[in-house]
Design a protein around this ligand. Structure first.
Ligand code: BGC
Length: 557
């Protein structure tokens, strides 16, 4: 039976599903306030169903002052009025379940907003009962308690005059880290998770899932050679700390298992071996690892191939991983791994072929199915991303040239992923009738849903074919992964093999033509073409020319 505990390493819905990430603020605005809303997602459910995706990942919709776009939660039990009301949430969940689709919510519990009532209480006095719910320390000689850098490059500590102490924040100063060594915090959060599971949520993506426990003594982080910055990353002191694994085991047994829900961990600073401590089937602390290595390859296909090979070998039969090029924190993949200037559609199809046929559960962000690209705004004021702005200010304060910083940061800005979804060629790409919270990418007249629905050769229609193909041929999900080309080739070929079913996937990951000779082991077989991004409809010959970015999928017999 699907989902049975005994067959945990067997078939599971979340291994077979294709996940689509909805960034609600940018998806579809129905009330003209320039911000997307839950009603907008409901309006587009048929679009998502027709695309063929099985589950949506909803980035945070909880009440929030939006300093970090919802990753700063001020009330875990309420829906942000910007997005709608609890009734809209329930309707969305119902609409998804009605279509046989699942909902995964973001679980942001490493930190809360500094406007969360818990933090307001905690901050109010040294002896407040919630003081210990967050991480407070006195400074050292007029400086921060230690030298840790936040992920946004400033100090990880913020001074609070009222009580003369600093609080820890691994992200912006508007996001205070919870003290997970406090039993009340744990109970309170577990209770909140039960609340959402009680509503029928199917899965969680746990934000910063291996960061919750910080080292108890909070020592200085070791400085890397040559690093002259005042604050340093001390991941060895806040990621994977003692108690972290046990906490996740408890969350599983006390909460998740009671609802048959699954959890996927966003995790950094892991090797395939240490990742198994969380994701291995016999540990089940996380059902699946939400993988970042490919996003982190930053356009380097050699790294992508190596990462797939290494993680596949380490996880084979032991654990399951996701596969993704992007999310709301990264630039648009076609602008980084493809060629958004000269071969936007061709390279977007190449990325899609890889995403939907390589091992792991595929995740993609809204708009990726259209081949949406990075955006370039004229000045810093047009951007919204708090990470980009904080890093910009920090680099300016170190004397770097503002113009060069802007060019550098713009390419990697998280706003690239967050520009409004492009629905049609009308004003503001059909996203809103008002003024969008973030300007629409000017390429919307050519890159939009309406236009691509009509064009049989579009990126959107290619996604639909690939998703349908993946669903039909189970080897593309569960099959063994066998690389057929070396990591440093500009062509990438691999097999997926399940019993007698053999599929060959060939990708030209470069803007150059490639003369391909099929490997000896593939000779003497018939290779029937199932899908190709560019080529004429012919079966595999012993030698052939692959056009730039061209991809082909064959079934062998
Ligand atoms: C989220 C980011 C967020 C950070 C802090 C990340 O993993 O994806 O968008 O800024 O967590 O919550």
């Amino acid at each position: 039976m699907l989902g049975s505990k005994k067959k945990y390493n067997g078939r599971q819905w979340w291994k077979e599903a294709v996940f689509y990430q909805v960034y609600p603020r940018s998806f579809r605005d129905t009330n003209g306030d320039g911000n997307g809303d839950l009603a907008g997602i409901i309006e587009k459910l048929d679009y998502l169903h027709d695309l063929g995706v099985d589950a949506i990942w909803l980035t945070p919709i909880y009440a929030s002052p939006m300093a970090d776009n919802g990753y700063d939660v001020s009330d875990y039990y309420a829906v942000n009025p910007m997005f709608g009301a609890m009734a809209d949430f329930e309707k969305l969940l119902e609409g998804l379940h009605f279509r046989g689709m699942k909902l995964m919510m973001d679980l942001v519990i490493n930190h809360t907003s500094v406007f969360h009532p818990w933090f307001l209480e905690s901050r109010s006095s040294l002896d407040n009962p919630k003081r210990d719910w967050y991480i407070w320390r006195y400074g050292r000689d007029g400086h921060e308690p230690n030298n840790w850098a936040s992920h946004f490059m400033t100090s990880a500590w913020e001074f609070d005059e009222k009580t003369n102490q600093y609080y820890l924040h691994m992200f912006s100063k508007e996001q205070a880290d919870l003290n997970w060594r406090n039993a009340e915090v744990k109970e309170e959060i577990f209770q909140m998770v039960r609340f959402w599971l009680g509503k029928g949520v199917d899965a969680f993506r746990m934000d910063m899932a291996n960061y919750l426990m910080k080292s108890e003594s909070l020592p200085d982080a070791p400085r890397r050679e040559g690093d002259t910055r005042p604050y340093v990353h001390g991941e060895g002191l806040y990621a994977n700390q003692p108690g972290m694994r046990e906490l996740l085991t408890e969350l599983r047994s006390e909460v998740l298992d009671k609802y048959g829900a699954v959890i996927f961990g966003e995790m950094y600073f892991l090797t395939p071996e240490t990742a198994l401590e969380y994701a291995a089937y016999d540990q089940r602390r996380m059902d699946m690892l939400y993988q970042y290595e490919i996003v982190g390859a930053r356009g380097d296909w050699e790294k992508v191939k190596k990462s797939v090979r290494v993680w596949y070998e380490a996880f084979k039969g032991k654990a399951w991983s996701s596969i993704t090029f992007s999310n709301h924190d990264s630039p648009r993949p076609v602008s980084i791994f493809g060629d958004d200037k000269n071969a936007r559609a061709e390279s977007a199809k190449c990325l899609a072929t890889f995403l939907l046929t390589a091992p792991g559960t595929p995740f993609f962000l809204e708009g990726e199915e259209l081949g949406m690209t990075n955006v370039t705004y004229p000045d810093l004021a047009s951007y919204s991303d708090i990470e980009m702005k904080t890093k910009y200010a920090e680099r300016v304060s170190r004397g770097e040239d503002p113009g060069s910083i802007l060019i550098d940061l713009a390419r990697w800005s998280r706003d690239n992923a967050r520009t409004p979804m492009q629905w049609n060629a009308e004003t503001e790409a059909g996203f809103t009738t008002g003024r969008p919270w973030l300007p629409v990418n000017p390429n919307y007249p050519e890159v939009n849903v309406d236009f691509e629905q009509e064009d049989t050769d579009s990126v959107l229609n290619f996604y639909k074919k690939l998703i349908a193909l993946r669903r039909k041929h189970r080897a593309l999900i569960y099959g063994e992964y066998v690389p057929l080309t070396p990591d440093d080739w500009e062509t990438y070929a691999y097999k997926r093999v399940l019993g007698a079913d053999v599929y060959i996937i060939i990708l030209n990951t470069s803007p150059r033509e490639w003369h391909m000779k099929i490997p000896d082991e593939l000779k003497n077989h018939r290779h029937k073409l199932l899908l190709s991004s560019l080529a004429p409809n012919s079966d595999m010959e012993e030698e052939f020319l692959l056009k730039p970015w061209e991809t082909r999928i064959y079934k062998s017999s």
